[in-house]
Design a protein around this ligand. Structure first.
Ligand SMILES: [Zn+2]
Length: 50
């Protein structure tokens, strides 16, 4: 979370949201990944944790 805050300051909140939105898109079906469970809300695809 500290790194995230640094990036927001460096890139601005708009850029940050774009980057985050790409990250939270399911690579299988293109739906939204739940930020809490790291699972696609549509197909249930589990994103690998970093
Ligand atoms: Zn999906």
């Amino acid at each position: 979370m500290i790194d995230n805050l640094k990036r927001i300051k460096e890139t601005g909140i708009d850029n940050f949201m774009v980057i985050e939105n790409e990250k939270w898109t399911c690579e299988k079906c293109g739906d939204i990944i739940c930020v809490h469970t790291w699972k696609c809300t549509k197909c249930g695809y589990q994103v690998k944790l970093p």
